[in-house]
Design a binder for this molecule. Structure first.
Ligand code: 13P
Ligand code: SF4
Length: 345
């Protein structure tokens, strides 16, 4: 692991003309989402993080829910859970800084045990990952011995290790159907499981885990937005409750939603998901009007530029997964990657 460095002097975090010049192209991308006065605060961090990335041979992977100054300012790769897992496995960098939540960093470590995987704040958790343990999975297996276990990546390494295969919101249907069985145990997101059940003939046995962000949306809310803009195109994440998904024109992963907007350029769009999605997608689609219903993911928002800088300076917080658990969890994640990116769910 590269050695740690001392903190930069306060002067090196000033918004100097050199920093302004070096970051001007990045500001152009986020101008609509980040006011100029705020950029003066972010830019020195971005500049210093870029230097440290080179010194450390590090890459930054950012989930679609990261704020624009992180998403466009410092990340080398941006995407949904599946994209981040694939890129984590592909990169030649020695160090991965995962700007997302803990299960994403753990997945990167599972796939690349030889790399240093850092998460800028260890408290960046996930309500779905907390809803289930490895022992719960073993119990489900005892109850339904004929059904293989498909586990959403929003889980701990422990839970993945007890599973046959993982999935994300972008390949869930494809993964379920790849098993060739009449029924599967699908853990832990009840609403994603229910959505998958509408897309396949395979019987889905679910668990009562929920995303604390998406479960708060309501169908009344969506109908209200449609009244304000009758041509509104509604895109929703499959972690939303079924009655919300019924109101949507498209259901898909975070990257699926971004792709939809890029390709179809709807006049008015609402993304029923976390707040930063609309900011990030709007920055690349200036002709699309975004109605912005959103619920904030407090875990994703624990990641900030100062914490990313500190993470690279001190090489903290390194994510570790116990060897035997990692080996079993890797089998489930790699099996998912072999199935590949799907279209539904
Ligand atoms: P995606 O895989 O669609 O990016 O979803 C991850 C997530 O945590 C959504 O809440
Ligand atoms: Fe977990 Fe929901 Fe946050 Fe995604 S949005 S990380 S599922 S709590």
């Amino acid at each position: 692991m590269p050695s740690t460095t001392t903190s930069p002097s306060p002067e090196s975090l000033e918004y100097t003309p050199e920093v302004a010049r070096a970051t001007a192209h990045l500001f152009e991308r986020v101008r609509g989402a980040v006011p100029e006065v705020e950029w003066a605060v972010h830019a020195p961090y971005i500049h210093r993080i870029e230097e440290l990335k080179r010194e450390r041979n590090a890459v930054i992977l950012a989930h679609n829910y990261q704020t624009p100054e992180i998403f466009y300012g410092v990340s080398d790769f941006r995407g949904d859970s599946l994209g981040l897992a694939q890129e984590g496995a592909r990169t030649d960098a020695e160090v991965i800084v995962l700007c997302g939540v803990h299960f994403m960093a753990e997945t990167a470590k599972i796939l690349s045990p030889e790399k240093t995987v850092l998460i800028p704040d260890l408290r960046a958790g996930c309500s779905l990952a907390e809803s289930i343990t490895g022992e719960d999975v073993r119990q489900m297996r005892r109850r339904y011995p004929d059904a293989p276990v498909v586990t959403y990546v929003n889980t701990s390494a422990d839970v993945k290790a007890e599973s046959d295969v993982c999935c994300t919101s972008s390949n869930a249907v494809q993964v379920v159907e790849s098993l060739g069985t009449d029924r599967v145990i699908f853990l832990p997101d009840e609403y994603l499981a229910k959505y998958v059940a509408t897309q396949t003939d395979v019987e889905i046995i679910d668990w009562k885990g929920h995303c604390e962000v998406h479960e708060r949306f309501t169908p009344e809310e969506v109908r209200g937005y449609r009244e304000a803009a009758p041509d509104l195109v509604v895109l929703a994440h499959p972690e939303c409750p079924p009655d919300v998904l019924e109101e949507a024109d498209y259901v898909g992963s975070t990257s699926g939603m971004a792709q939809y907007v890029k390709e179809r350029q709807p006049a008015n769009v609402a993304m029923i998901t976390e707040c930063s999605m609309s900011d990030n997608v709007a920055a690349e689609n200036p002709d699309v009007n975004f109605i912005r219903p959103c619920n904030l993911c407090p875990h994703m928002k624990r990641i900030t530029l100062p914490k990313i800088l500190r993470s690279l300076e001190r090489m903290e917080h390194a994510v570790e997964v116990e060897l035997e658990i990692a080996k079993r969890a890797r089998r489930a994640v790699e099996r998912m990657l072999e199935v590949g990116r799907g279209s539904g769910g």
